[in-house]
Design a protein around this ligand. Structure first.
Ligand code: TYD
Length: 205
């Protein structure tokens, strides 16, 4: 099973993936945790370029192509082999991030994004959307270390990303589950495990 975690900046998905990993360990469920960008050795380098606030790309398509390069290597060398071995893959961001950030945030061409996103045909079985307001998310992000290149974008960019996640959740309602991520960490965790337990029988609550 391939599960992706999506959300705006500061939506708390990384904290929840950690909680999920601990729970899976406790229930003896075989899994891997991975992320985009940065799920491979090459991806780690790409991630540095993409997130560093000092990087200035002269073309938004450079950014898009780096995310796609990261994904292609990641799918072939990490995600597909793990799925083949029967493991559950917990992935922090995937194709929906490209739609939210590059299509809506950067306003790039839909047909090009769709073509590039479809270079790998693998789609998630389940996507958890951690839904919190932009204000809550950004204030959480700002309370951490230095802002990265995306966190530092203007308000309109974040609004486009937010709105697009809501649209994606409606469009793919069979695979998306919305988790109310404005709540406390234990409450968010509880919502997440409730959803996961309907898919994964070995997950004891
Ligand atoms: P991330 O690791 O998700 O950090 P955070 O924990 O702050 O959310 O950061 C990855 C950044 O990359 C995030 O700002 C979203 C962006 N991104 C895209 O713009 N497009 C993509 O296709 C992916 C996978 C990520």
């Amino acid at each position: 099973m391939f599960i992706t975690f999506e959300g705006i900046e500061g939506s708390g998905k990384s904290t929840q993936i950690d909680a999920c990993a601990q729970k899976f360990d406790a229930c003896n469920i075989p899994f891997i945790v991975t992320k985009e960008p940065g799920g491979t050795e090459l991806g780690k380098m790409i991630r540095q370029w993409l997130l560093n606030p000092e990087t200035s790309f002269h073309h938004h398509y450079t950014e898009l192509l780096l995310f796609i390069a990261d994904r292609l290597e990641h799918v072939e060398t990490v995600i597909k082999p793990a799925l083949k071995q029967g493991m559950i893959v917990l992935c922090d961001r995937y194709k929906d991030s490209t739609i939210a950030y590059q299509l809506a945030g950067r306003q790039l061409d839909e047909s090009i994004i769709s073509l590039l996103n479809n270079l790998t045909e693998l789609d998630p079985d389940l996507t958890l959307l951690f839904d919190c307001s932009i204000d809550v998310g950004l204030s959480r992000a700002k309370s951490r270390a230095k802002l990265d290149r995306f966190e530092d974008e203007d308000r309109q960019f974040h609004e486009h990303v937010y709105r697009t996640y809501q649209e994606l959740a409606k469009k793919h309602s069979n695979r998306f589950h919305i988790i109310q991520a404005d709540a406390s960490i234990p409450n968010v965790q509880n919502q997440m495990f409730q959803v996961l337990s309907t898919y994964i029988k070995q997950l004891s609550l």
